[in-house]
Design a protein around this ligand. Sequence first.
Ligand code: ADP
Ligand code: MG
Length: 263
Amino acid sequence: MTHAAKLILENVSMVFDTNGQNFTALEPVTFDVPKNKFISLIGPSGCGKSTIFNIVAGLQAPTTGRVLIDGRDSTGMIGQVGYMLQKDLLLPWRTVLDNICLGMEIRGIPMAEARQRAAPLMQRYGLGGFEKSYPSSLSGGMKQRAALLRTLLIDNDVVLLDEPFGALDAQTKAHMQEWLLELFTDFGRTVVFVTHDVEEAVFLSDDIYVMASRPGRIIEKLPIDLPRPRERAVTSTPRFVAMKKYCLDLLHIAAKDIEAEAA
Ligand code: ADP
Ligand code: MG
């Protein structure tokens, strides 16, 4: 564990009490995310990915463990990280520009100033011309761009992204991944990303944490030492293909274990 890491989870676990029965959603997990690194959590539905995010965001108190940001105990504290939920949650009655400004507005930045900061970024990151449009006129990919810009403009160093591209078609998704890499380079944030998609995780990440369910836990850390900047062509290199296969095999073995237990 690097103590200089931006974000550290130390033995964080979650046991839910459902109708008097204890349910272990997450066994103690420990991991760290170095400053300006991009890490992904990958694993089957129900393995505790969103639970980890809710704990890091301070929305749920863990049963055990602590969350450290810049070495400070931030367990249970809200407003310390940017958090983009699975659904884009754009407000239909606000323009796209004012949706992007929402996070800044909540932080007390005057609306005129927020708009001044957001407008050039809309131009730069593929939303130019849509400032005065409403979310209903945006494509799925554009909605996710808007939601992501809103999250980044809150200026938290640590950003949590929960399956932001999960609902997009394959081609839009590929574009969005490249767009996100550009943003990641420009904004220099520390990112934790959740996905079901192994290729996406390998393409974007510095480290992948592979998870299994019942109980939710981390089964392996996989460093992705592909050089940056990364372009799509990297996905057909032997190294990329080998890492992707290794990751798929791990998920497959974890799923088999669960089937065997259930039988
Ligand atoms: P993932 O995001 O990996 O799909 P979640 O973190 O949403 O998984 O959920 C992990 C497990 O915890 C699931 O089995 C889910 O049903 C359970 N769970 C999540 N939130 C609660 C809650 N508030 N009360 C009881 N069980 C919960
Ligand atoms: Mg989830």
